[in-house]
Design a protein around this ligand. Structure first.
Ligand SMILES: *[C@@H]1O[C@H](CO)[C@@H](O)[C@H](O)[C@H]1NC(C)=O
Ligand SMILES: *[C@@H]1O[C@H](CO)[C@@H](O)[C@H](O)[C@H]1NC(C)=O
Ligand SMILES: *[C@@H]1O[C@H](CO)[C@@H](O)[C@H](O)[C@H]1NC(C)=O
Length: 374
């Protein structure tokens, strides 16, 4: 694995599901929500971003920084930015070592900022490597990037490095949110070796069969799940399924916890209906073949009336991952969340810039459905 790069990117797929567990509240301790360059605090999707000049535990070199503002943005979080003409760092005190989400918000408030190039580094990881908004293949004027870092120091330092002397770096907002260990206990699974000192980037996080799920009182860790339809290959048998989120049961393992995914995600699914023969649902994701990808599939059988009546096959890039999977063999009941992680290691093999996930009905006996979420 290369040092100065994050070696894994993260794809989260969520299948239908969700759990009954009590909803957890908003702000975990040791979280930071920073409105960069802003003169006042900003409330955005149920959390308050504090102006970076007002946040004592956050330091940066202000001599070479500047601020830009505009009121013409779709969300206040993007109304201001701090710019740096030289290398500059934000430092965050970390009370509890372990996994943290780092989210960086970008909206170039001027033409110049849209074309500048810079890197963002933390410890030995390069989060963004000569990033430029204009060439990032992003088709929106706003973006946020989400990383998951295993922080093992008392201070988390995010360093912004302009690519050239004539460049500037900028950022509109920064979010640091501690992640409960169990969420990334990949070693509990069949397919993923323990990730030590890793840095991951979230690439896709989808809610199957439902609307996007945005941070709310009852979703945890301020994650966003987008609708799956954009990635789904057309299939007239595909349909959206949903149940009341309160009907999702809790699971005896950690994966039943609402910290893994909110009930709203588990309560919807994409299903194959009217199955009289085998059929497939396939989602296709553009990827960079230079990285490994972790695929997390969240399942919850919200369709079956009884155990052992739903069987299906799962393929990744057309290779069988699970054959005749019966969720109730693991969950002992219907309506219970279950998570399967998989790492796509095929870096050296014929490189593909697509990763596909397929769910196939295992037999004529039952319809199947899944939703996935990242
Ligand atoms: C499923 O729901 C999504 C989001 O509401 C919608 O865009 C899509 O058309 C629906 N698909 C089907 C097959 O009903
Ligand atoms: C989460 O909140 C939304 C909107 O307030 C609500 O419709 C949904 O039922 C809630 N889900 C759970 C599991 O509480
Ligand atoms: C479903 O997809 C897999 C993997 O691409 C393929 O092997 C299988 O034949 C497909 N099944 C159907 C019914 O199309």
């Amino acid at each position: 694995m290369r040092n100065l790069e994050f070696d894994y990117s993260l794809i989260l797929l969520l299948f239908i599901i969700h759990s009954s567990c009590s909803t957890s509240t908003n702000t975990p301790p040791d979280s930071y929500f920073i409105a960069c360059g802003s003169s006042n605090d900003i409330t955005h999707l149920h959390r308050t971003f504090v102006a970076d000049s007002q946040q004592p535990s956050v330091t940066f070199d202000s001599e070479h920084s500047d601020i830009v503002n505009s009121s013409r943005t779709f969300s206040p979080i993007y109304q201001s930015a701090r710019t740096f003409t030289t290398l500059a760092s934000y430092n965050f005190d970390i009370a509890h070592k372990g996994w943290h989400f780092i989210r960086l918000y970008f909206h170039p408030l001027s033409k110049i900022l849209a074309s500048v190039s810079f890197s963002v580094v933390t410890g030995s990881y390069v989060l963004l490597d000569h990033f430029s908004f204009n060439t990032s293949k992003h088709n929106s004027a706003y973006m946020f990037k989400e990383f998951v870092i295993d922080v093992n120091t008392d201070i988390l330092t995010l360093t912004f490095v302009p690519s050239r002397e004539s460049d500037v770096a900028f950022v509109n907002a920064i979010e640091v949110v501690p992640v409960p260990d169990k969420i990334f206990s990949f070693d509990q699974t069949l397919y993923i070796p323990k990730l030590k000192d890793a840095a991951l980037e979230t690439m896709y996080r989808l809610n199957m069969g439902g609307h996007s799920v945005v941070p709310s009182q009852n979703s945890t860790l301020f994650r966003v799940w987008e609708e799956d339809d954009k990635y789904l290959q057309p299939n007239p048998l595909a349909s959206n399924m949903s149940v009341n989120p309160f009907s999702i049961k809790s699971s005896s393992n950690d994966f039943g916890s609402s910290e893994v995914a909110p009930a709203d995600v588990y309560a919807t699914a994409k299903a194959l209906t009217n199955i009289s023969s085998k059929s497939n649902l396939t989602w296709v994701f553009p990827v960079n073949p230079k990285f490994k990808y972790i695929l997390r599939m969240h399942f919850c059988d919200i369709i079956s009336k009884s155990r052992n009546s739903l069987f299906f096959n799962v393929y990744v890039n057309s290779e069988v991952l699970m054959k005749n999977l019966s969720l109730s063999a693991f969950t002992y009941d219907v309506g219970v969340p279950y998570v399967i992680d998989y790492v796509n290691n095929n870096i050296s093999e014929e490189a593909s810039d697509k990763l596909s996930v397929t769910v196939e009905t295992g037999g004529p006996e039952q319809g199947l459905m899944l939703s996935r979420t990242g």
